[in-house]
Ligand binder design. Structure first.
Ligand code: SF4
Length: 479
C-alpha cells in the first residue's frame, strides 16, 4: 500500500511484482484456512500483464457502490489507510509493530471492497483517525527508542569540499545504515527535504560525516540534484520524474517502497542484514563536491519532548502576552503557485505568534528571518509529517497544565497544508482528537463531494483556506 501513495513509486514493474507476491501469500494462507468466499480478492489470478489494470477498475472505491458520497467516503478512508501503511512500514523497519493496527487496515479494506452504507463509512472514517494517532505514536516510539529524543539542533545548509551523498525521503533506518557503511569513506552525507529532521536525533549527531542539509522541499529535486553533483538515495517518497534534459538519473538510487524506471533500486543486503549501499558509496567517491547554492543554518529538533522541556518558558510567555497565539502549520508542500499562501501567511503573522510546524510545509517559511520570542524561535520544527503527532501531544499537555476542559480553548490554531495521503491521516488524527475549526488547503481533496464536505464542516468545523488577510480574521489572529 505504501508503494501506491502519491509520488512514491512510478515503476509498473515493481507494483506488479508486489501484487504477485501478495497473491502467493494469499494462496498460501488460503490452503491453511480453507476459505471459500467467492470474492475477487480471494479468487482473482492475473492471466496477463493487461489484467492488473482491468482488475483494478473492478475492485476500486467506485466499484461496489455507485452513490458518489459513498465513493467519496471510501476514498477518504483509503487515503487515510495508505497514510497509516506508510507510517506502519517505517515503524516496522525499526522492529516496532502493532497487530491491532494491521487488523484495522485489513478490516477497512474489507469494508471498502463491498457494498455498504454511509453510517458504516462515517464511523470507519473516525476509526481511521483513531488509528492514525496510534500509528504516529508507534512511529514516534520507534524513532525515539532507536535514535534518542530529538533536541534543538542547528543544521548547516552550506557545503563542504568533499564529495557527498544526498539522502531524501522519510526512512531513518536507511540513513543510519548508509552512515555506518560510509563512515571512513572520505565522503560527506547530506539530508534533503523530509530527511532534514534526522539532524535533531542524538544518535545521528555522532556521525561527523553527516554534515548538513542541501536544497529545499521535494519538488525542488530537479534543480537540487543537478547541482549536488553526487549520488542521491531516495529512502521513500516524494519522487519527481526527471525531465528529459536531466543529467542526474545515473546517480539516483531508490530503496524500500519507492521506484522510478531508469533509476537503480537497492535490493541487495549485506551479511549483517543491512541494505548494501556500497555501489552508492563507490560512485560518490568519483563525483565532484556539491555546488554551493546557499549558506547559513536551520534549526530543527522541536518534537514534543523538547517543546515540553520549554513548557514553563512558553506558558510564561503566554501568560505575559508575549505569545498570543500558536499556529500549527504542518503538512505537505508542492510546487503550485497557490502554496505561496503559506509563505505570505507566515510573514503576516504578528510577532507574538509561534509557528509549530512539521512535514514539508515548513519549506515555505523556514528560511525566512522570523526571529524569536524571548529566546524561543518563532518557527518550531517538530520534524517529518508524522511528527505532527508532537503537536497533538503538546496541545493535550498544555490543556492539562492549564486545567482547560476542552482542547479547543487553547490559543492554538491549525492551518494544515495537504498534498497526499499522509497529510490526510495527520488531519484525520487531529479530528479524532477533537480538534475543531482546522483550516486545510490550498485546495480540498478532489474526492470530497459537497455532501461529505458539509458533514465534515458541521461535525468538525473544517474550513478551506481563503486568503491570508481573511484567514487571519477567521482564526482571530489579526489584531
Ligand atoms: S511531507 Fe508530504 S510532500 Fe513532503 S516528502 Fe513527505 S509526503 Fe511528500
Amino acid at each position: 500500500m505504501f508503494s501506491t501513495i502519491t509520488n512514491a513509486n512510478f515503476s509498473d514493474v515493481m507494483i506488479v511484482e508486489s501484487i504477485d507476491k501478495c497473491i502467493i501469500l494469499r494462496d498460501t494462507l488460503k490452503q491453511k484456512i480453507n476459505l471459500k468466499a467467492p470474492h475477487a480478492s480471494i479468487t482473482w489470478i492475473p492471466q496477463n500483464v493487461e489484467d492488473y489494470a482491468i482488475q483494478a477498475k473492478k475492485v476500486s472505491t467506485k466499484s461496489f457502490d455507485t452513490n458518489e458520497d459513498l465513493c467519496s467516503l471510501k476514498q477518504y478512508i483509503l487515503f487515510g489507510v495508505k497514510g497509516i501503511a506508510a507510517y506502519a512500514q517505517h515503524a516496522l523497519n525499526l522492529n516496532h509493530e502493532d497487530v491491532d493496527i494491521f487488523n484495522f487496515m485489513e478490516e477497512s479494506l474489507v469494508l471498502l471492497s463491498k457494498e455498504t452504507y454511509q453510517e458504516a463509512l462515517l464511523s470507519e472514517l473516525i476509526r481511521t483517525g483513531e488509528y492514525g494517532v496510534k500509528v504516529m505514536a508507534l512511529l514516534d516510539a520507534a524513532n525515539t527508542s532507536s535514535y534518542g529524543v530529538p533536541e534543538m539542533s542547528n543544521v548547516s545548509i552550506g557545503v563542504g569540499k568533499r564529495p557527498g551523498i544526498l539522502v531524501s525521503g522519510h526512512d531513518l533506518k536507511d540513513l543510519e545504515e548508509l552512515l555506518i557503511q560510509s563512515e571512513d569513506a572520505g565522503i560527506d552525507i547530506y539530508t534533503h527535504s523530509e530527511m532534514l529532521p534526522a539532524h535533531g536525533y542524538p544518535q545521528f549527531k555522532k556521525y561527523k560525516h553527516l554534515v548538513g542539509n542541501y536544497g529545499g522541499a521535494w519538488y525542488n529535486q530537479t534543480k537540487d540534484f543537478e547541482t549536488f553533483n553526487g549520488p542521491v538515495l531516495f529512502t521513500t517518497n516524494c519522487l519527481v520524474p526527471p525531465k528529459k534534459s536531466a543529467t542526474y538519473s545515473s546517480r539516483i538510487f531508490t530503496s524500500g517502497a519507492t521506484g522510478m524506471p531508469g533509476w537503480k533500486h537497492i535490493d541487495a543486503t549485506l551479511d549483517n542484514g543491512q541494505k548494501d549501499f556500497s555501489e552508492i558509496i563507490a560512485l560518490a567517491k568519483t563525483c565532484k563536491a556539491p555546488t554551493e547554492i546557499e549558506q547559513g543554518e536551520l534549526t530543527v529538533g522541536f518534537a514534543h519532548n523538547q517543546v515540553l522541556s520549554l513548557a514553563d518558558k512558553i506558558l510564561d510567555a503566554v501568560n505575559s502576552g508575549a505569545v498570543k497565539k500558536m499556529v500549527v502549520m504542518s503538512g505537505c508542500d508542492a510546487r503550485q503557485k497557490s502554496r505561496s499562501y503559506y509563505t505570505e501567511f507566515a510573514k503576516a503573522l504578528p510577532q507574538n505568534t509561534l509557528i509549530l510546524t512539521s512535514g514539508c510545509a515548513k519549506f515555505r517559511y523556514n528560511k525566512l528571518a522570523l526571529g524569536d520570542i524571548g529566546g524561543i524561535p518563532r518557527v518550531l520544527d517538530a520534524g517529518q509529517c508524522n511528527d505532527s503527532y508532537s503537536w497533538a501531544v503538546v496541545a493535550l499537555k498544555l490543556k492539562e497544565v492549564l486545567g482547560l476542559k476542552d482542547i479547543n480553548q487553547l490559543p492554538i490554531e491549525f492551518n494544515i497544508a495537504w498534498y497526499e495521503q499522509k497529510a490526510i491521516i495527520v488531519h484525520l488524527a487531529l479530528l479524532y482528537l477533537g480538534i475543531k475549526d482546522t483550516h486545510v488547503g490550498p485546495t480540498l481533496p478532489a474526492f470530497i463531494t459537497p455532501n461529505i464536505l458539509k458533514i465534515v464542516q458541521e461535525g468538525f468545523g473544517v474550513q478551506s483556506i481563503t486568503d491570508v488577510e481573511n484567514d487571519m480574521k477567521i482564526l482571530k489572529i489579526a489584531s
